[in-house]
Design a protein around this ligand. Structure first.
Ligand code: ADP
Length: 155
């Protein structure tokens, strides 16, 4: 099984890494897809987001990091993946995630979405929350790996 895990990863958090580690055990190959969306203005450049993901997943031999633009389903197809991995935190994620999964399935029925529910300790965690806490100089060591905390401090 070959899967993609798409997202903004601006920046990667322990919540993302929890999903990546668990998904990497289930599939043969996992490609993390860093979405380059011109409508959003991310804090980290695409190169920085890729670098932080590569550094924090280098212990996982079946995980690769790539960037993509456009539709997730096209990124999956172009990489020969038959599975899209997404994480579910709370009920609030459920509605949008279901809509996205159903849209993707209607666009290409050969590609399915698999959800991993967040580990409880990361249920509140998002890249947005981390950036907000970091902006006020508070401790984010339980939210992101040290290399990400350093990158946030530099910003
Ligand atoms: P997006 O911009 O698509 O929301 P993100 O980078 O925020 O991208 O997230 C990518 C995926 O990781 C989404 O499926 C999201 O639900 C999931 N995710 C993010 N944070 C967590 C977390 N703390 N626990 C579980 N899943 C998470």
């Amino acid at each position: 099984m070959k899967a993609i895990y798409p997202g903004s990863f601006d920046p990667v958090t322990y919540g993302h890494l929890d999903i990546i580690e668990r998904a990497a055990k289930v599939v043969d190959e996992l490609i993390i897809g860093v979405l380059v969306n011109n409508a959003k203005s991310p804090l980290f450049t695409r190169e920085e987001r890729v670098h932080l993901l590569e550094e924090t997943t280098k212990h996982l031999p079946n995980v690769k990091v790539k960037t993509f633009e456009g539709l997730t389903i096209d990124f999956a197809k172009n990489n020969g993946a038959n599975l899209i991995i997404r994480g579910l935190r709370a009920v609030t994620d459920f509605e949008t995630e279901m809509q996205i999964a159903q849209t993707n399935h209607s666009l290409n029925a050969d590609i399915d979405t698999m959800f991993f529910t967040t580990s409880l300790e990361y249920a509140f965690l998002s890249s947005t929350i981390v950036k907000e806490v970091a902006a006020y100089g508070s401790d984010i060591s339980k939210m992101v790996p040290p290399i990400v905390a350093e990158a946030l401090a530099d910003k």
